[in-house]
Write a protein that binds this ligand. Structure first.
Ligand code: HEM
Length: 396
């Protein structure tokens, strides 16, 4: 069977609407953002659950727990929004792979949505149960965490299956008998363990940021800030060591241990480790973490490209049919709406969080708020207007 021919035939005959390399770069960027919030959610939930168990004996844990549940709650919504972007990009340039996965594991793909929904709803339940001091809060939190981790296992399985081209026929028709139950589920334990283990350094560095950020507020005691900072330091160092071992193991199984990208990732991990031990500025550590995340995201893409090139599939040869109106609309949305709205929300939260009591927006935030509303209204008008004109032109 000529797999290369099949893969290339399965591509969208309409072609891609812009240069494939741009979709690839956006995939790498948005997946790094997606996984950052996945890891913050999982790590934040573990800290919350531990805090829940310890809060009766330590007031520091009580405050930290309530804050980390909030962090996880917001983080889930971010990971979902930021998961859609790489999903769209992967479907544009690697559509044959993604659709094969959906055929092999169709039942799990549908199940994923309900599992994530249940996990997310239970996180809200955990939040309210904890607030009301309910005796079942801890159990609810643990079940929510397990469901969200399971959602991650499924996501990993889909990503893993999509690149195991040589296994597709065995999985679809084992011993020549077609299995269209959609229940296939294949995981790479080491890769998955590495990905999930990263939640420790991510939440550790987040706690260091948290300590630095709230140290500027006089209603947070010095003792509490020191507690958060020490905890963050311990989690970061322990987590980085575990992740480093799993990373070396994973790249060893791939025979890529001495790949320059792999070496660069190891260097960044060691740098983070040194910074955590030395107690460096946590915001600078976050920047180093962002670079490491982008490198890991790039490595995932390199692994996929290497496998696919063996079958003669390269995204750079994807037929292209540039659709300028869509490209302009996309970029205008990304830069105009995205940057202004995100800039507004980040500035607002940063300043509000630093204020004791009620925060009243000042000049810059008000200007940003007005700009966001204006740009969003304009965007909706253009988006709808353009769509309506296209519908009338095509169908009337
Ligand atoms: C709690 C929910 C979720 C968790 C814990 C989670 C976790 C993960 C993990 C661990 C991976 C890495 C897999 C690997 O490289 O081995 C991944 C990849 C990915 N996730 Fe999520 N995810 C979640 C929800 C979502 C949602 C809602 C979307 C989209 C709407 C999404 C889109 C993606 C995409 C597109 C990839 C990359 C797939 C590929 O490269 O083939 N995820 N996710």
């Amino acid at each position: 069977m000529d797999m290369g021919l099949i893969l290339n035939t399965l591509r969208d005959p309409a072609g891609v609407p812009f240069y494939p390399i741009v979709f690839q770069a956006l995939y790498i960027l948005t997946w790094a953002l997606h996984i950052a919030f996945v890891l913050l959610t999982l790590g934040g939930m573990v800290v919350s659950i531990v805090g829940h168990m310890k809060k009766s004996i330590d007031d520091n844990w009580k405050l930290l727990e309530s804050h980390m549940i909030q962090v996880s709650k917001i983080s889930v919504s971010m990971l979902i929004v930021l998961g859609v972007a790489p999903l769209l990009f992967t479907q544009v340039i690697y559509d044959p792979n993604w659709y094969v996965t959906n055929t092999l594991s169709g039942l799990w793909v549908v199940g994923f949505i309900y599992i994530m929904l249940a996990g997310y709803s239970m996180l809200y339940w955990f939040y309210y149960a904890n607030k009301n001091n309910s005796s079942i809060a801890g159990v609810v939190g643990i079940v929510s965490l397990l469901l969200l981790v399971f959602a991650g296992v499924l996501m990993h399985a889909f990503a893993h299956e999509s690149i195991q081209v040589d296994q597709w026929m065995n999985w679809y028709a084992p011993n020549g008998i077609i299995d269209n139950s959609g229940t296939n589920l294949h995981i790479d334990v080491v890769r998955l363990a590495f990905m999930v283990s990263l939640s420790a350094p991510v939440v550790g560095i987040f706690l260091l940021n948290y300590a630095d950020y709230f140290s500027k507020r006089d209603d947070y005691s010095v003792d509490y800030i020191a507690f958060a900072r020490n905890l963050g330091k311990k989690i970061t160092i322990g987590g980085l060591l575990v992740s480093a071992v799993l990373f070396v193991l994973w790249t060893f199984t791939l025979n890529m241990l001495f790949n320059p990208l792999v070496i660069a990732i190891v260097v960044f991990v060691l740098l983070l480790l040194a910074m955590a031990i030395k107690g460096s500025n946590s915001y600078v550590m976050t920047l180093v973490l962002v670079v490491a995340a982008l490198l890991i995201s790039t490595l995932r893409e390199v692994i996929r490209m290497n496998i696919m090139s063996k079958y003669g599939y390269t995204i750079y040869e994807y037929p292209m049919n540039i659709d300028w109106p869509s490209v302009i609309m996309f970029l205008a949305t990304f830069v105009g709406v995205g940057f202004t709205a995100v800039g507004f929300m980040l500035t607002l939260s940063w300043r509000a969080g630093r204020t004791k009591g009620v925060y009243t927006a000042d000049g810059t935030v008000t200007k940003l708020a007005n700009a966001t509303v204006t740009i969003t209204v304009l965007w909706v008008a253009i988006f709808l207007g353009w769509g309506i004109i296209a519908v009338f032109k095509n169908f009337l």
